[in-house]
Design a protein around this ligand. Structure first.
Ligand code: I22
Ligand code: ZN
Length: 652
């Protein structure tokens, strides 16, 4: 069985279109991680909030990947800042799904703090270890966005809990790791740095002239590209201001293409951020240099990256930033702000430039410096392609992730390679046993009681019990005899004459060796059995010839025969006086229930014998005061056995 992993990404579905306000790097990261894990042989379920009724509850997205749409709040788009109140419902629906499918996830990998809250609650209930990738940390966001961060303050406490309870935390870059340690006191030993990546078969360089023609762009113009989520913190303002600075102070003109938004056509009505930036462009006197492209599908992105001369990304902060990688993968140098993940993915002066996040003048100067030197552009291009292919592919990130999964899985109680199979077997066998016990409880209670009474009656009258069976049943025959000759639960009772016909190895081997195995029990029945004694045969099939012969021999000696059987009783069931037939066809399940029945019989017989002996002592004491003395006998010499016999006669 393949290893099952659950990914939770409460707001960022892998199938959402990229570029909208709430769709960006996390959607891509989850989608790519899932695809590459599936290629490594994992079975992936991605749990994400159901926000569109047109989508099925469970979607078989790709080979080995399902998207499970979780019911949590209204089935419509809700901004991620408003999702926290629905997380309890999310957990409940996810638990329901896991239980309904009887799924055993090796671990859960949660993306973002709300998903991690779900994972932490599920870990508490089901013990499944979990890993978290925060993608963005509340404290960091608050530092950089202040009151423009609309997430509820509960986020801080939730992140602290998650940091403490997660089995492992993925930091996207060294800055992310430092923030986790400094702002959340995360245990450094629990942090693994795994950067995001790009897919070389999806994002690769295209011929600049060709794509400019395809995109109807001027082949000669200098083009600056800005691509990503349309939100203020991405710092597009900075680039527009840089454009203004370049034109006014250096008379240097370049076109700025802005790709992104909520619709394919740029529409300030649908994407207010576009309207805001248009106003800014006007104020900076560069409206004619700024082109809003609108949202584009992922298969078109490398056209835009390849068409540009330089890619700019100057957010105030950026937990990771996938777009600079993609641009470098297309051979387009990047000028990015010296923050978060960007400062570790861009190699300053080798694959592009790093600039402070809010410095349009410096940005403008760097753009001019780069766009004015073909030599520098070529140098950055070559370095960029080599750099990202060496260090930042999704395949590489997935290998690091899978290594971490294996590490966690081997530390957890649900560990190790092929244990899914073993665990399934364990669970199934328990289920089957529970089912057999359930059925048996109803079916064999009366036969069990009758058998206990028959054995007790025989013992009470001075009779004995002979027990036999083969293999596991031979062991149980001896087990039963041991309970009654010795003791089961009670202390201080007399030993009872119960004999396992399997125990005399000298006789059994001699008789089987010299004559026939079929008569090893029958011969002993003939030797020991008396009228009124009981023979108990234990068999799962009821077909063993040596048992059938034993029963026939017992009948001849007017013994009472009890069959503890399975599989509808077999031939033995036809010959005995009482049958306890376990309603199952599986030998092991039959034997397991038979052991329980033998314990129940031991208890019932033992209790009856104890009650009986108590009765005898009382009568003995009464007689010793009255009748024995009158008869001139001492209590000591009273014939207790005789009295016992009398007292049990009237019992039943
Ligand atoms: O314990 C087991 C199987 O669980 C075996 O030893 C099993 O008792 C032997 O195969 C017996 O020979 C089966 O005999 P029976 O139950 O069919 O009379
Ligand atoms: Zn067995």
């Amino acid at each position: 069985m393949k290893k099952r992993i659950a990914l939770i990404s409460e707001h960022a579905s892998p199938i959402a279109a990229i570029g909208g306000a709430d769709t960006g790097g996390q959607n891509i990261a989850v989608a790519e991680l899932a695809r590459h894990l599936a290629a490594l042989g994992y079975e992936i379920d991605i749990f994400t909030r159901w926000d569109d009724r047109r989508l099925p509850k469970t979607l078989n997205w790709r080979d080995g990947i399902r998207i499970i749409h979780v019911e949590a709040g209204p089935v419509t788009f809700i901004p991620k800042e408003k999702l926290l109140p629905y997380m309890t419902a999310f957990t409940k629906d996810m638990l329901r799904f896991i239980k309904a499918e009887n799924n055993r996830y090796k671990l859960i990998h949660a993306h973002f703090f709300m998903s991690a809250l779900v994972a932490a609650d599920i870990k508490q209930k089901l013990g499944i270890p979990f890993i978290v990738t925060f993608h963005a940390l509340a404290r960091v966001r608050r530092i950089h966005q202040g009151r423009n961060d609309w997430f509820p303050d509960e986020g801080f406490a939730i992140e602290e809990r998650v940091v403490a309870e997660a089995d492992q935390i993925v930091a996207l870059c060294p800055q992310d790791r430092d923030d986790l340690i400094n702002l959340y006191q995360a245990d450094p030993g629990k942090i693994t740095v795994i950067p995001n990546g790009f897919r070389p078969d999806e994002i690769y360089p295209l011929d600049k002239l060709f794509v400019r023609m395809a995109l109807k762009l001027d082949p000669k113009e200098k083009i600056i590209l800005q691509l990503g989520r349309m939100v203020p913190r991405k710092g597009v303002d900075n680039v527009i201001k840089a454009l203004g600075y370049m034109r006014s102070k250096h008379n240097f003109e370049a076109r700025l293409l802005i790709v992104g938004g909520e619709s394919d056509e740029p529409d300030p009505g649908i994407t207010p951020e576009i309207g805001r930036l248009q106003k800014l462009a006007k104020a900076e006197g560069v409206s004619d240099l700024v082109t809003f492209v609108g949202r584009r599908t992922r298969d078109m992105l490398h056209y835009y990256y390849s068409a540009a001369d330089v890619f700019t990304t100057t957010p105030w902060y950026e937990p990771f930033g996938i777009t600079p990688l993609e641009s470098m993968a297309c051979g387009t140098p990047v000028i990015g702000s010296n923050v978060g993940g960007i400062k570790s993915t861009i190699v300053d002066g080798k694959t592009g430039f790093l600039v402070p996040p809010n410095d349009p003048v410096l940005l403008g100067r760097r753009i001019i410096e780069l766009l004015s030197s073909n030599k520098l552009m070529m140098y950055f291009k070559e370095n960029a392609i080599r750099h990202v292919n060496e260090s930042y592919t999704w395949m590489k990130a997935t290998h690091l992730t899978a290594n971490m999964y294996e590490r966690i899985a081997t530390q957890s109680p649900l560990r190790a390679e092929d244990e899914d199979d073993s665990l399934s077997y364990i669970d199934d066998s328990f289920e089957a046993l529970i089912e057999t016990i359930e059925k048996s409880r109803r079916k064999i209670r009366l036969a069990t009681l009758d058998s206990a009474q028959a054995i007790y009656r025989s013992l009470a009258r001075g009779g004995k019990v002979l027990v036999c069976g083969n293999g596991g049943s031979a062991a149980e025959a001896q087990h039963f005899a041991a309970e009654l000759v010795g003791r089961f639960e009670a202390t201080g009772r007399r030993g009872l004459p119960v004999m396992a016909l399997t125990a005399d190895t000298a006789f059994v081997t001699a008789w089987a060796n010299d004559f026939t195995f079929e008569e090893v029990f029958a011969r002993q029945v003939e030797a020991y059995g008396q009228p009124g004694d009981v023979l108990v045969v234990i068999s799962s099939s009821g077909q063993s010839p040596n048992l059938l012969k034993a029963i026939r021999a017992a009948r001849k000696r007017e013994m009472f025969c009890i069959g503890l059987l399975g599989k509808e009783g077999g031939a033995a069931g036809e010959l005995t006086d009482i049958n306890i037939i376990v309603p199952s066809n599986e030998t092991s399940r039959i034997q397991e229930v038979q052991l329980h029945v033998l314990h129940v019989l031991s208890h019932l017989i033992e209790q009856q014998i104890m009650a009986d002996d108590q009765n005898v002592i009382q009568i003995t004491e009464e007689w010793s005061i009255s009748q024995f003395q009158m008869a001139g006998l001492s209590g000591k010499t009273a014939d207790k056995r005789k009295i016992r016999h009398e007292s049990t006669k009237c019992d039943r």
